[in-house]
Write a protein that binds this ligand. Sequence first.
Ligand SMILES: Nc1ncnc2c1ncn2[C@@H]1O[C@H](COP(=O)(O)OP(=O)(O)OP(=O)(O)O)[C@@H](O)[C@H]1O
Length: 734
Amino acid sequence: MRELTPTDPRRVGGYLLLRRLGEGRSGVVYLACSLRGEPVALKLIRPAYAFDPAFRARFEADVAAARHVGARRLVTVAAADTAGGTVWAAYPYVAGPTLDETLAAHGPLPPRTVSALGALLAEALTAVHAAGLCHRDIRPGHVQLTLDGPRLTGFGGSGTRIGPPGFLSPEQAVGGAIPVGPPSDLFALGCLLTYAATGRGPFGEGSPRELLRRAAFDPPELADVPRGLLEVVRACLHRDPLLRPSALDLAREMAPPVGAGWLPGPLAREVAARYAAPLPRPASHEPADQGLPLVPGRSAPDTPALTRGAEELPEAEPPEPGAPEAPSDAAQPERPRPTGRRRALRLLGGAGALAVAGVGAGLLLRTEPRGEGPVGAGRRAYAIGLQANLSGTGAAAGSGQQRGLNMAVDELNRLGNLPFDLDVRPLDDAGDPELAREAARALVADEEVMAVIGPTENAVLPAVGDTYATAELPLLALSLTGPNDHERYGSLLVARPPAALAGLAAGEVLAERGARRVVVLDDRAAGEESGRVARALHGSLDRERFTPVARELDSTEADLNALAAELTADGTEAVVWCGRADGAGRLSRALRTNGYPGVGLATERAIGPEYFLHTGQQPDDWFFLAPYTDPRADPRASGFGRAHRDRFGWDAEPYAAEAYDAAQLLVLTLRETVESRAGVTRGVLLEQLLAGRYRGVARDLAFDAEGAYAGEGPVAYLYRAHHGELRFQGPVSG
Ligand SMILES: Nc1ncnc2c1ncn2[C@@H]1O[C@H](COP(=O)(O)OP(=O)(O)OP(=O)(O)O)[C@@H](O)[C@H]1O
């Protein structure tokens, strides 16, 4: 395991990168930690491969196929992004050493260990072959040892899979008429068992060309293979693929699976020590560019990464005569609100509101397509844009929104009976105001785009809010936490309850746990937002039920241990943390060390892997309030959760269900508007959205005349950190 280099990204998707685990042909493998605290091995594909359409297609197909295979000792894809500007796949992290490392440190393994290795790897291969697939890259670097048996890695998300010379079957070595199938995996397994038992492969050492020649034409050298293994190894290495045993035969033939005692003593102790070690902390320094490098001049098919130069993006439309000029700088002072919304509202007059109720939830359950007319047969084309941070810090919110949007649009195209063709236009702004401005200009200039979901971060809103407002292009934001943004930007609709309501939710959570003496902590290290949230929370705690105290600190400088001791001594019953995840994790640990018996509560900004890295895997730890639900556990959203899992193979990320609802609202309102009016413009759609109401899979959506959230239902969702992961507790009504 090596430190990250200065040019390594610090985050990919929703994962925080911690260390380099190794490097393959097509990418670098990192140890990373998910938003919920789970460690993963994350393989980030090199740009040269990621932008090669043939590689990308193979990688995508490989990931998709692997999703359907599950076996106890097979490490397969846990999450991936094969469509975005960066291509990656994440796998459950296995802390044990590879077979390569093991032999280098301990020498060949005893026969009973090799026998168990063979049986258990054959068991994993049985599942792969039963799914009609082949591993194709069995080698010592793809086998890791744990106390309860080996784990086979290197499956799903390769794109270049072919084993190293010395582990290739004759049919792979020569290429040609004999198809490469499951028997090739058995041949490679025979080579691997020979290596594990003797320290050298059956074709010895030499140049790749020489090894390929020997595999193709020479008999294997098996003189050192222990007698008990010889027959099995010889059978696996048969020249004729048809005469090799199947994986199932081998699993039955070799030693039965073993428990804790399968590894020799010193090796077992080393493996145990690796598992006992805590995950490494993230490097304290951040690289100059927090996000992934955006590749100049190239963009992925689905999610173009914007380049800093505007030359590759369509020019923005010139403003209509008389319209306010588009902003030229993110840091502009507050502008008077464009008149678009007010005009739209006046125009609406008595036209009546559209009520698009319950359609999304119904669609998820329907299976029969009912779209009419062939796609593209002279129909109008519309698109929903997405402007999101998909590759910088905070990309988890973005990728969840992208997947939710894609699901809704695919489903509506199949089932929504749309009188138009529908597409998505995702743009990655990487959380960078300059790139965000380019994204907004591109989406505004694209005449097919009728509404945009995004942006995902407060920091970029000032750079884009007026651009969208001037174009009257509805901008539906799910994860912004800014104050009254909807009042500032004429086309912004905010689809989440305001922060002040989260204060009410905090009150409910604290009252239920009998806490009266509450300290609300504003962490200066988390910037102005912490102060804003702290003031809102402090102000909204009911004085009859609580005695709230507001305190400020800077978590990067303060002695959190001394603070924890003081809070424990003065009888504080609840701590409400308004800063980020690292400070929350450190304070939680300090409080625990001091024997603090009270409640810890934090906001969504403190949700992140850093929390778990600092506080460790504790039972029943802090509570967190977030604006998104967990479709794994929320009965209302569980249908969406299952559909997401079926489609992508893993659980929905934060904001996926909310983005699904937002897209349904946008498209169904567009459909109603198209069907009821001759000409549909963005401004007309905006007025209909303001007046509409939608019952979603996650929450109800409705807006007041200014675009603020006015839906009914939970004001937040409660989560609790428990043994290193975040567990959904339920909605909070406030
Ligand atoms: N799930 C995992 N848990 C822990 N470590 C892993 C995991 N997967 C891979 N690694 C580590 O990362 C290193 C590099 O991974 P890997 O060998 O799969 O890349 P590669 O197969 O060489 O890539 P490519 O297929 O592009 O050549 C491995 O040697 C192993 O130590």
